[in-house]
Design a protein around this ligand. Structure first.
Ligand SMILES: [Zn+2]
Length: 355
């Protein structure tokens, strides 16, 4: 587990144990929290995947859902949009559950848990992935490093030379963490070519969708229609091929948004109203992206910038939190304790600067 997660986990436990979470639960009840999940897994023992951060164990998800069902009001994302549009207040302690990418485990593992606790959720789907046309590009990078037959490789990217060590599983994971930030800086037009060259250099075949390890597999449109018909799941857009939109030229950006919308509309019979930006940092989308989303009929878009949703939150830049990895972290996030701590820290620093 990377140190950043360890420190967040320890901080979460301290916030819950100290009572700050229950203080925030009351004091910050008017704000909403949007949580982001990706896939779920039955266990984390599959050595075929290097990055397990996208696949939360289902038992942890079940425990987080039990916490949310007990102490919070889990609402559909569309209710949050409506309240913002009508300038109405949200129910106290509102939480929205979202999933990104469109993994099969959303249907197989998450949906039965959502049904058990009667919790609504939005799944943001990458439509080309669901169509079975292609793997997500970052899955190909993960599998290429995981399946490489070499012990080491020198890789030139963005004017830098990386030495990727592949001798052990731990080294392969480190190499993946080293390479991914560089890949994300590439113009989208160059990205798939770079992934193909990497596969070639590492001596691995480009995997086909049936080759994917189980947790990486996509939903089918049949599964999506079944969940949607069940009434708890809303389907939102997450582009067609999962590029970082700010790295796309205007034509490609438009195609990613409109193809995604059109595929969802064709397969579900409904216009999607919500969207999630791939990668989701502020630099991963532009003002032009937001204009295209509006033109395509999307009413809201979620980022991955951490924050609470207050009355003033802009609908096309809704903040979200990443997947909690423990019940304590879910409690510290949903209650607003992390934000309270951040504000206290800032006011302390401000006071100290005045002394
Ligand atoms: Zn994604």
């Amino acid at each position: 587990m990377p140190p950043i997660f360890q420190s967040r986990a320890i901080k979460a436990a301290a916030l819950v144990g100290s009572g700050l979470a229950s203080f925030s639960h009351t004091r910050r009840a008017a704000e909403a929290t949007i949580l982001t999940f990706h896939g779920l897994c039955e266990n984390t023992g599959d050595p075929g995947i290097l990055d397990w951060s996208l696949h939360l164990p289902m038992e942890m998800f079940r425990r987080i859902c039990a916490l949310l069902a007990d102490g919070y009001r889990v609402i559909p994302l569309v209710d949050l949009i409506e309240a913002q549009n009508k300038r109405q207040s949200l129910p106290p302690n509102a939480v929205v559950i979202t999933f990104d990418d469109g993994y099969k485990s959303n249907f197989k593992l998450a949906h039965p848990i959502l049904k058990k606790f009667d919790l609504p959720a939005t799944i943001f789907v990458t439509t080309g992935f669901i169509d079975g046309e292609e793997l997500l590009w970052f899955q190909r990078v993960d599998l290429a490093l995981g399946r490489a037959r070499k012990e080491t490789i020198e890789w030139k990217i963005n004017g830098r030379k990386l030495r990727l060590l592949l001798g052990t599983r731990a080294l392969r994971q480190q190499s993946l963490m080293q390479l991914m930030p560089e890949m994300k800086q590439l113009p989208d037009a160059d990205l798939l070519g770079e992934v193909g060259r990497l596969e070639q250099a590492l001596g691995v075949d480009t995997p086909l969708p049936p080759d994917l390890p189980a947790p990486m597999r996509p939903l089918t449109w049949e599964m999506i229609r079944e969940m949607k018909a069940g009434g708890l799941v809303e389907i939102g857009g997450h582009t067609h091929t999962h590029p970082i939109l700010s790295q796309c030229d205007p034509t490609a950006m438009r195609a990613e948004i409109f193809t995604c919308r059109d595929r969802i509309r064709a397969e579900t019979g409904a216009q999607p109203v919500s969207f999630a930006y791939p990668n989701g940092r502020e630099e991963d989308y532009t003002h032009g992206t937001m204009l295209l989303l509006r033109e395509a009929g999307f009413q809201c878009a979620c980022s991955m910038v951490n924050g609470r949703v207050g009355e003033e939150a802009p609908l096309l830049q809704l903040p979200r939190y990443g997947s909690p990895e423990s019940v304590w972290e879910a409690e510290a996030t949903a209650s607003g304790a992390f934000e309270t701590l951040k504000e206290w820290r800032q006011s302390c620093l401000k006071a100290m600067s005045l002394i």
